[in-house]
Design a protein around this ligand. Structure first.
Ligand code: SF4
Length: 209
């Protein structure tokens, strides 16, 4: 056997010349090169991309051949924008609205039909009109409190079994200078306890569905 046959090796893909006096070493060098050769890899990848994938090996049990084209994957579409109606504005609790008096309850259960969103506060919807600090509107989407009616009695906070509310300071408001803020509105289990215990009936719970 000739040892000179392996004394040189020229890569047929990239043209790299490998030389070594020891044929075993040269063979190892050739193997390593063939594994790392960028041109060879590109050719292999291109060939794989053009060759259709073979049908899967006979799988048991045999499925009925499908002549219908595979259902096309629907193109990804951007989700529809949420209704805005001024909802992106962050509500401020201070301002020049100081000429307001206390509002009597109960909360208007149909306020979503008559009011527009004025913005949000820490992610909670606020329904206008809002003219802080004296007029703050109705807060919440499913756990709703009319801040202009709320007198900070606190019965709702005590009644809530899942700690939906926390106090929010509202200095300058004519009914009370703190409000039951439904910061954990998403935790509500719709027990209606808060709605039932509120003395001025400032709370309205909208159950899901
Ligand atoms: S309905 Fe029940 S769970 Fe929801 S905020 Fe009121 S008291 Fe809490």
């Amino acid at each position: 056997m000739s040892t000179t046959a392996l004394s040189e090796y020229v890569c047929e893909d990239c043209g790299t010349l490998l030389r070594h006096s020891n044929p075993n070493t040269l063979e190892s060098m050739r193997d390593v090169h063939n594994q790392l050769c960028v041109v060879k890899r590109q050719k292999t990848a291109a060939a794989a991309a053009t060759v259709p994938k073979p049908a899967p090996a006979a799988a048991a049990p045999r499925a009925a051949p499908s002549t219908a084209p595979a259902a096309a994957t629907p193109a990804m579409e951007a989700p529809p924008a949420p209704p805005s109606a001024g909802g992106s504005t962050t509500i401020s609790l201070s301002g020049t609205g100081t000429s307001y008096g206390k509002v009597e309850g109960p909360i208007d259960a149909k306020f979503k039909e008559s009011r527009k969103m004025a913005g949000t506060y820490e992610g909670i919807k606020v329904w206008g009109p809002v003219d802080a600090p004296g007029q703050l509107g109705i807060w919440g989407d499913s756990v709703c409190v009319d801040f202009d009616i709320c007198v900070a009695d606190g019965a709702c906070i005590e009644a809530c079994p899942v700690n939906v509310y926390e106090w929010l300071q509202t200095p300058g408001h004519p009914a009370s200078e703190k409000k039951a803020f439904m910061i954990r509105e998403k935790d509500c289990i719709f027990c209606i306890a808060c709605e039932n215990v509120c003395p001025p009936q400032a709370v309205k719970i909208f159950t899901k569905g």
